[in-house]
Design a protein around this ligand. Sequence first.
Ligand SMILES: NC(=O)c1ccc[n+]([C@@H]2O[C@H](COP(=O)([O-])OP(=O)(O)OC[C@H]3O[C@@H](n4cnc5c(N)ncnc54)[C@H](O)[C@@H]3O)[C@@H](O)[C@H]2O)c1
Length: 171
Amino acid sequence: MSSIGVLGAGTWGMALARMLSNSGHDVTVWSAIGKEIDDLSVTRCHPNLPDMIIPDSIIFTKSIEEVCDQKEIILFAVPSVFVRSTAEKARQYILDSQIIVDVAKGIEPDTLYTMSEVIRDEMQKDGLHENLKIVALSGPTHAEEVVNDMPTTIVSACTDLEVAEKYRMFL
Ligand SMILES: NC(=O)c1ccc[n+]([C@@H]2O[C@H](COP(=O)([O-])OP(=O)(O)OC[C@H]3O[C@@H](n4cnc5c(N)ncnc54)[C@H](O)[C@@H]3O)[C@@H](O)[C@H]2O)c1
């Protein structure tokens, strides 16, 4: 079992956090919005996923340092427009030994980078994280289906095939 830090408490971040927690992983969720963390930790319910009960085992934090600390996997699940700023905030707390898993989709308008490329670009500023492994997970999956435990498929992609194969399994 793995320890996983989830960046983003929107519908996709929370649907995956619930699924990963129910699969036995240790899951901590961070959001840039403090009130969201306060509400989720008390109500254990997401306003846009009313059918989902958030497992008690999921830890919520407002600290991006805490969500990154000692985690094997850092899951980027913020909306695409916030991927770069979130990577910038997280950079100083990420180690090359951690695996970044990106589930945010899209292309950055100015650079035409994919979200994985945006994360790598931001992480490698200051000459850091030369050896960081980034896995992109994407496919015909949707939060509303995942919270209802419906079967679905997802593609795991990484420049290191072994890493791609290993981390498709963590779901
Ligand atoms: N929802 C899905 O079913 C689904 C499926 C596959 C991929 N994705 C991808 O996952 C990503 C997230 O999608 P979503 O549906 O969870 O979006 P969402 O609109 O539900 O996300 C909203 C969340 O974004 C976070 N946020 C808000 N402001 C922020 C800020 N300034 N900085 C950092 N985070 C901030 C907050 O946690 C907020 O709850 C997108 O790139 C989307 O394409 C979503």
